[in-house]
Design a binder for this molecule. Structure first.
Ligand SMILES: C[S@@+](CC[C@H](N)C(=O)[O-])C[C@H]1O[C@@H](n2cnc3c(N)ncnc32)[C@H](O)[C@@H]1O
Length: 258
């Protein structure tokens, strides 16, 4: 029963990013981030941790032929996928690089964005320092990062729910609480932070939630890590497939100015 609801095999990483970007949720928060970034014709815009390049086309359209979009990612497969996708506009340049040591000179860009990236990096402070270095005075950074410590799933067994969400926050995502920390970390890195926008999607459909959250795969990892017994995992997942479903997680869009 549960296997027909949940995706059990891990999706291809670039395919997963494209799936999120193409979902109603992805389109909506990415639109909001683009509005906050407000890239203008002729500007240089950085997409840091650009992944499969889902945002490059919209950024290229905004800066027009007189501007430049630079995507940076440390994963060669992502860089190749993003390059293939951005083969059209000459204004897009996708580079292999580490955000802890940006391959750019000081004051090189007018705008920068991170989208679900700082949650994964080894040292968010170093990355923010690097972004501050490469942004021109008055330049703008827009970050969209989740706060996995806000993950809530409705289930009659509160202990199982807490075990699941604790496992996600402690073992699955490196910087699980980054969403709420960003305004402070950005201010400590020398940015002015004029705006913080919380975005909380409400998942009412278990299949749609699973496509983003990987509920079965995370439960399996929680069993392996000792957060759940196999029997508790079955109880947990079976209930999620029956009756009304609800899960939420808050995602923060943070605007920072250099
Ligand atoms: C969840 S994906 C998001 C991709 C893209 N921003 C999007 O919205 O589709 C995170 C990306 O950050 C990249 N990444 C993580 N740590 C990085 C680092 N230290 N330097 C460069 N890229 C990094 C990963 O390779 C991955 O492509």
């Amino acid at each position: 029963m549960t296997s027909s609801v949940f995706e059990t095999a891990p999706p291809d990483p670039a395919g997963y990013l494209n799936r999120v970007a193409g979902s109603e949720l992805g389109r909506s928060y990415k639109r909001r981030m683009l509005d906050e970034l407000a890239p203008r014709p002729g500007q240089t815009v950085l997409d840091l941790g650009c992944g499969s390049g889902a945002d490059l086309e919209a950024l290229a359209a905004a800066v027009t032929a007189s501007g430049t979009v630079i995507g940076i990612d440390h994963d060669q497969h992502m860089v190749d996928t993003a390059r293939a996708r951005a083969a059209g506009p000459a204004t897009v340049d996708v580079r292999l690089g580490d955000l802890h040591d940006l391959p750019l000179p000081d004051d090189a860009a007018d705008r920068a964005r991170t989208d679900r990236v700082l949650q994964h990096v080894a040292d968010p402070r170093t990355v923010l320092g690097e972004i501050r270095r490469v942004l021109r005075p008055g330049g703008r950074l827009v970050m969209g990062e989740p706060d996995w410590e806000t993950l809530a799933v409705d289930h009659p067994d509160g202990d199982l729910t807490r075990a699941y969400t604790r496992h996600v926050a402690e073992r699955v995502i490196r910087n699980a609480g980054i969403g709420r920390q960003l305004p402070r970390l950005a201010a400590e890195s020398g940015f002015h932070v004029p705006e913080v926008v919380p975005v909380t999607p409400v998942f009412r459909d278990v299949r749609a939630a699973d496509q983003i959250l990987g509920l079965e795969r995370c439960t399996r990892r929680a069993v392996a890590a000792g957060y759940f017994t196999a029997e508790a995992a079955r109880t947990w997942l079976t209930h999620l497939t029956q009756g009304p479903f609800l899960a939420t997680v808050t995602f923060y869009v943070v605007v920072a100015e250099a």
